[in-house]
Design a protein around this ligand. Structure first.
Ligand code: ARG
Length: 251
């Protein structure tokens, strides 16, 4: 009897510990890691990181009652930073990939994207056939990087997709593979008529989600609830509309 009681007390204490451990954030903050070189999902404006993902993360933080802190880092540092506990969540237009699920968990997905291939109008790459063996620029460690590997061994890896596109514009590369919404955004921003998107290569659907350190089911659950809420109450549509030209299909 006495033994059972103390056992129950220990179990309760353990349960309390597990629960609080899962929601104990440094000084009431939620630290999001991202690579703010990916407009319109994340980019630097003045001193701030803004974009679709920053706004989604703000909704997540609001629902958790935490203050959002954003850490800007290389894209291929986001997963290591989650694993080492340097950041609480990764919101970086990150595509859910089986390989990534070995290191982190993902929330529900919030955006459907695809890769796109940018070329020069006056260049030699016009389709999947001519892309084989071409000099392809990518952002290091992205799904564009993996997609490029299907076509060529000549891959130049950059910290920023923009730098790859500038090299393409300057004639140093034959093509750039990057997420379609970002490809369009960069082309529009550069205003270079010689840069076009190929529409004849069938890339796979990709889905973006929030990356979360493994072993935090309550955090995943809370983020999923926020994603449900902003999907249902129109907040997500409003955020997408704000960052995508009205002429473009947001999803
Ligand atoms: N969706 C691609 C991936 O998951 C590219 C993401 C790049 N994100 C960024 N913030 N730079 O690999």
């Amino acid at each position: 009897m006495h033994r059972n009681l103390s056992k129950a007390v220990v179990m309760l204490a353990l349960a309390a510990l597990v629960l609080t451990a899962g929601t104990a954030f440094a000084a009431g903050t939620l630290t999001m890691g991202t690579n703010a070189e990916f407009p319109p999902f994340e980019y630097v404006e003045g001193d701030a990181v803004v974009g679709v993902d920053a706004e989604i993360a703000a909704e997540i933080a609001k629902d958790l009652g935490l203050e959002l802190v954003i850490e800007n880092m290389a894209f291929d540092s986001v997963i290591p930073a989650l694993v080492s506990g340097q950041i609480d969540i990764g919101v970086a237009a990150m595509t859910v990939k089986p390989e990534r699920l070995n290191s982190v968990d993902f929330s529900k997905t919030y955006y459907n994207a695809r890769q796109a291939c940018i070329v020069r109008k006056d260049g030699g790459v016009t389709d999947g056939e001519t892309l084989y063996g071409a000099a392809i620029g990518v952002q290091n460690g992205t799904t564009g990087d993996y997609a490029a590997e299907e076509y060529s061994e000549t891959i130049e890896r950059y910290a920023k997709a923009l730098d790859a596109v500038l090299e393409l514009a300057g004639g140093k590369l034959d093509a750039v593979i990057v997420d379609a919404p970002v490809a369009q955004n960069i082309i529009d921003a550069l205003g270079d008529d010689n840069l076009i998107l190929l529409d004849n290569i069938a890339f796979e659907d990709e889905f973006y989600a929030v990356a979360i350190p493994k072993g935090k089911p309550e955090l995943v659950e809370s983020i999923n609830q926020t994603i449900d809420r902003i999907t249902q109450d129109g907040t997500l549509d409003a955020i997408l509309l704000k960052y995508f030209p009205a002429t473009e299909e947001a999803e």
